[in-house]
Each structure stands twice: as C-alpha cells, then as structure tokens.
Ligand binder design. Structure first.
Ligand SMILES: Cc1cc2nc3c(=O)[nH]c(=O)nc-3n(C[C@H](O)[C@H](O)[C@H](O)COP(=O)(O)OP(=O)(O)OC[C@H]3O[C@@H](n4cnc5c(N)ncnc54)[C@H](O)[C@@H]3O)c2cc1C
Length: 449
C-alpha cells in the first residue's frame, strides 16, 4: 500500500502524548501525518496570560519523579526553564490554613494538623505498607492490576491502614487531588501510588507549562484545526484509510498505522475496529470533569505554600488550592498573588448551567475566608471548564484497563496513547506516547525502515 521504504503513521491529537509519539516516530524515519483538532498544541496543558499573570488552566503540578517528562523538557531545549516550586505544604483545618515545611521536620512534627496519636499512627501505617509503597509507581499502575480490589476504595484502605484522623486531614485531600475525584470513589491503588511519590520535590517550568507543547509542536508537522473523523482498516491493501475535516473541507488519506492520542472514548468513536474490540467496556471506564477557577490579587499571601490541601471534611467542592505565585515567581507580578482551585466532578455537573461569574464569586469568598489578607485586592477571576480532565479510576479500574489492553491487541495497526493507562498526569501522557511509538516501531518498523 505505501512506499516500502517510507511507512506512514497517522498521529491523532497534539497533546503531550501525541507530540512525543510523533517526535519518536519521525526520529525513526517514519513519515508522519499529525493532526490536531484545535488551533494550538497542548490539549490539557494550557496557559492563559493576562495582565502579567500566567495561569496554567489545566495541568498544574509536577514533581522530580516526572522522569520522562523532565527528560523531554531538556530534549526540547527548555532545561534552563526548570524551577523549584515551594515545597511548603498547606492544609486547611476548620477553615484555617496550617503550614507544614518539610525542610523543618521538627516543626512539622509539632504541626497541629494531627494529634500525637495521629502522628504515631501515620508512622506505623507507613511502616506497615512500606513494601507496597516502594513497589508502586503512580505511572505504572496497570502492573498492579491484580491488587485493584473492585470492592475497596482508597479512603477505606487508608482508614484500614492509618485510621480515621490521618485519613481525614492528611491523606484524603492528597488522594482526591491525585485522582481528581473524591477518595471514597477511587481505586485503593491510588494510596500507595500517592505515598510513593510523596517525598519527591515539586518542580515547574518558568514561562508557563504550555511552553513544552508549544516548543515541541514548532518542530513537528502539526496540521492544526483538523479533526480525524474516521479511521477504517483496509484489509485487502493491509493498511488504514482515514477521513479528516480540515479548514478547507473533508480530506481522505491512507496510512500504514495510526497512534490515536486522545481520550479512549474519542478513539473508539473514530475507529469502528477499536469500538468492536473494547466498546462494551467503555461504559465501565468513566471520566472526570473539573472546573478550574483562578483568581488574581494585587496583594501577597501570608503563606509561602504552593499546594494547600483541602480535606473533604471541610465540606467544600474545591479539591485543593494551588498558590501559583509560590509555584514560580513569574506566575504573578511581584507583590501579587494567583490562586487556582479545581472544582470536583460532581460540582462540574451540578454547575453546568451556572454562569462563570457566579461560580467565581462563590470560590472567591471561600478563598478570602481562609486568606483574609487578600480581601479588597481582587483583580480578576478566570474560569475554565474541562469536560474531560482524565480517567475516573474507580475501584477495579486497572483490572479493566488491563483487559482493554489485551483486547486492543486485536487491532495491531492502531495504538492508543494518552493518560487513560495510569492516574492521569503529564508524566503518564509522555510515557504512553513513547510506549505507543515503541510498539509501532517494533511491530511495523523493522519491515520498512
Ligand atoms: C484541569 C486539569 C488539571 C490537571 N492537573 C494536572 C496536574 O496538576 N499534574 C499533571 O501531571 N497532570 C494534570 N492533568 C492531567 C494532564 O494534563 C493530562 O493527563 C495530559 O496532559 C494528557 O495528555 P494527552 O496527550 O494524553 O491528552 P490531551 O491533553 O487530552 O490531548 C488530546 C489532544 O487530542 C486532540 N483531539 C481530540 N480529538 C481529536 C480528533 N478527532 N482529531 C484530532 N485531534 C483530536 C485534542 O484537541 C487534544 O489536543 C490535569 C488535567 C486537567 C484537565
């Protein structure tokens, strides 16, 4: 079907996973058609700029444990943009912000977040599951599918190991932030995964997180504003036929293989073969939506924490508060603050018909109640809705993912990349893009290249 010395791959989606997949295939000599529905690259990694504030409206936090992501940053020539974020952690307890500074362990031990009994219980719990923590990677949870008990959620597992108090004030807010959903609705595997990366330091990119996808896209043949609507197998010719909607109208094309780097539900709509293979499982693989609300203030906060955990027992819809000016000093003009919160999936649905101003006003009054020093200095609020923010990893999710992976072997010419394989993260996206390109090269590359 194709010229034998130059196989063609279609890559769908210029989020991080698609960008890295396209890059790796091009490095190996493939011809690549690379198609992105939007007019910019990045997908869930977006930065909005206004009045000197840099707002990462989607993905926000990352750590030194993001090894593949950080390698890609350096490869893209952005190594000098890497910066350490504040590692001071905030926790809201009874509407009061309490700081824990890991650089001062004695002070951290005296923190009023947990009672003395709670602190001992935490240490005992860590010791009890140390082997599982050591063996778990947040980016490779599929490997632990057999341990993903469909009847056990993360909060229950945490309560069994650490007890009520530690769960309520320390672990519940971390679990919900990692999973993007309430801890009593998510897989218990998130507990060791979250604890395994707990000691990694927070890092970020100066200039906004979108500089990575933008820089990568600038070196790749991305066709923007073009949507893939179908990919069909052409069994007689041994390849794929695809259809695009482009700014100049529909277009048909052929490719030897495809990497679809979109959420799996989108991929199954595009490819009937994928739908036949995994369609019946998709209903059991829900996704989470989030609303990001970012507020700019003309005054600094008292706290130097970047990540402020918000236990669900505080009764709010926000999953956490992220103090962007403490993430990197370029996120807000000197002496100003930029606070971002995520509203959870339930709020996303409940607020579907509520306007952004109303949502922003409610979040703002809460933020100013825990950081009263900000009152009277509000500059603007930016609200962004993300109908898809990642997989909803319910108990038993990774068993299903394992089954999906097995069934996808029936469709060897199409590989999926994306954050569906692991707790949704930029690191998981990069790893999945690299893995998809690796598979394609292994299965189809040698014969051609
Ligand atoms: C609100 C929010 C907060 C997050 N917070 C964090 C965080 O703090 N830390 C972290 O590590 N991760 C975070 N994430 C997750 C992280 O951003 C994602 O896991 C990762 O960026 C996903 O990359 P991806 O390439 O798999 O998919 P996406 O970024 O979803 O990219 C998919 C791309 O495919 C394109 N596309 C879709 N359909 C088609 C089609 N038919 N034809 C052509 N193109 C198509 C889309 O336009 C999009 O550009 C967050 C995500 C969100 C939304």
């Amino acid at each position: 079907m194709m010229a034998p010395d130059h196989p063609t791959a279609l890559v769908v989606g210029a989020g991080l996973s698609g960008l890295v997949a396209a890059r790796r295939l091009l490095e190996r000599g493939w011809r690549v058609r690379f198609v992105e529905a939007e007019s910019v690259a990045g997908g869930s990694v977006k930065t909005f700029r206004r009045d000197g504030f840099l707002i990462d409206t989607g993905a926000d936090a990352m750590t030194e444990a993001y090894s593949r992501f950080l390698a890609l940053v350096k490869e893209a020539g952005l190594g000098d943009q890497l910066a350490m974020s504040s590692n001071i952690l905030g926790v809201i307890k009874n509407n009061r912000l309490i700081e824990i500074d890991p650089a001062h362990p004695i002070k951290a031990l005296c923190s009023p977040i947990l009672s003395t009994g709670g602190k001992l219980r935490f240490a005992r719990g860590l010791f009890a599951i140390r082997k599982q923590i050591g063996a778990t990677s947040a980016f490779g949870l599929r490997a632990h599918a057999a341990l993903d008990d469909p009847m056990l959620d993360a909060r229950q597992r945490s309560q069994d190991v650490f007890g009520e108090e530690v769960t309520k004030y320390l672990l519940d807010p971390i679990l919900q932030l990692v999973a993007g959903a309430r801890s009593d609705t998510i897989t218990s595997l998130i507990l060791p995964a979250a604890l395994s990366s707990g000691s990694a330091k927070m890092v970020t990119l100066q200039g906004g997180l979108d500089i990575l996808p933008t820089s990568l896209a600038a070196t790749l043949p991305v066709e923007f504003d073009s949507r893939v609507v179908s990919i069909e197998e052409d069994r007689s010719a041994g390849g794929l036929q695809f259809r695009l909607e482009t700014p100049s109208g529909p277009e048909d094309g052929i490719a030897d293989v495809a990497i679809i780097a979109t959420p799996i539900h989108v991929a199954a709509r595009i490819s009937p073969a994928l739908h036949d293979a995994v369609g019946e499982l998709l209903g059991e693989l829900p996704t989470v939506g989030l609303i990001t609300v970012s507020m700019a203030y003309a005054r600094p906060t008292r706290t130097q924490a970047y990540l402020v955990n918000l236990p669900s027992v505080e009764g709010r819809s926000e999953l956490a508060l992220l103090l962007q000016h403490n993430k990197a000093d370029d996120r807000a003009p000197r002496g100003s603050s930029l606070i971002t919160t995520y509203l959870d999936d339930a709020a996303m649905m409940a607020l579907e018909n509520v306007d952004d101003d109303t949502i922003g006003a409610d979040v703002r009054s809460y933020v100013e109640s825990v950081m009263p020093e900000l009152k009277g200095s509000h500059r603007f609020t930016h609200v962004q809705r993300w109908p898809y923010a990642g997989p909803y990893a319910r108990p038993g999710y990774y068993r299903l993912v394992d089954e999906v992976a097995r069934r996808l072997e029936q469709v060897p010419r199409i590989r999926l990349a994306g954050d569906f394989w692991a707790a949704g993260s930029m690191e998981a996206a990069v790893r999945s893009g690299e893995a998809a390109a690796e598979h394609i090269q292994r299965d189809f590359g040698r014969r051609h290249v």
